[in-house]
Design a protein around this ligand. Structure first.
Ligand code: COA
Length: 258
């Protein structure tokens, strides 16, 4: 797969997507958002891909935000459309992927960059990472789900403070807040992502997709996540993976999932 602003590798079931606009600190312009949508749609259809890792190129930034130069002159209507299209094409799409996706935050994750990381199923970070939603310093609010996902992840009070102050927090603080799960040196970041990915790949990808759906449904208006869990739990019993997983346990061997 060839893209203007992305590097994509697929190896042993692991797809690694690197956002590649280092001179602009990997800021999300229109082309990059479209390319990300294209690649996620393709990976979602590729059953050989078991885990996705998303990171940024260079040693300075994961993503320093939406590309400010593209929207600085927008009207209210255009601004609204920017947020709606972006949420539908990328941020909601990523959150609802049935393939597990890990954000490996290797530097600044600001504005749309942190919003993209928060759309991923979970996050790990390097010690030099800095995270924030600085939109109010530009006279606007987060528009790619930041006002919703940040409070879900770190609680309302901390989210209010981060968004109102526009301050960046360190990787260590992000870990304490529960925004990232692990913090390691920059050199250890991708190896850690691969190690976690290989642990995930040992398990049933069918069951993992069902778990992602049930967990996400907890946060959706008008949907009862407990009901989703009951349905998805029941559905698992008719899968080959369930037969294999339970047989392997009873036969004291490792399961071989399809
Ligand atoms: N949109 C567009 N361009 C961006 C960008 C963004 N969100 N973030 C960085 N860039 C560009 C800069 O304009 C600069 O381009 P130039 O070399 O052509 O002038 C280049 O990336 C490098 O950034 P620079 O500001 O020189 O790096 P720095 O190390 O001094 O500062 C940051 C790093 C992240 C603190 C600073 O770039 C920044 O505040 N970026 C904007 C963050 C933001 O508000 N994001 C939310 C957007 S909604």
């Amino acid at each position: 797969m060839n893209f203007e602003n992305l590097l994509v590798t697929i190896e042993n079931g692991l797809a690694t997507i690197t956002i590649n606009r280092p001179k602009k600190l990997n800021a999300l312009n229109k082309v990059t958002i479209e390319e990300l949508n294209t690649v996620f749609e393709a990976l979602e259809d590729d059953t050989s891909v078991k885990v996705i890792v998303l990171t940024g190129s260079g040693d300075k930034a994961f993503v320093a935000g939406a590309d400010i130069s593209e929207f600085a002159h927008f009207s209210a209507e255009e601004g609204g459309r920017l947020a709606k299209n972006g949420q539908e094409m990328l941020f909601d799409f990523v959150e609802n992927l049935s393939t597990p996706i890990i954000a490996a935050i290797n530097g600044f994750a600001l504005g749309g960059g942190l919003e993209l990381a928060m759309s991923c199923h979970f996050r790990i970070a390097s010690e030099n990472a800095k995270m924030g939603l600085p939109e109010v310093s530009l006279g606007v609010i987060p528009g790619y789900g930041g006002t919703q996902r940040l409070p879900q992840l770190i609680g309302k009070g901390r989210a209010m403070e981060m968004i109102m102050s526009a301050n960046m927090i360190s990787a260590e603080d992000a870990k304490e807040y529960g925004l990232v799960n692990h913090v390691v040196s920059p050199e250890e970041l991708l190896p850690l992502a691969e190690k976690i990915a290989s642990r995930i790949m040992r398990n049933s990808s069918v069951a993992i997709s069902a778990a992602i759906k049930a967990i996400n449904d907890n946060f959706k208006d008008g949907i009862n996540g407990f009901e989703t869990e009951i349905n998805e739990f029941g559905n698992c019993f008719s899968t080959q993976d369930f037969k294999e997983g339970t047989s392997a346990f009873l036969e004291k061997r490792k399961p071989k999932f399809s």
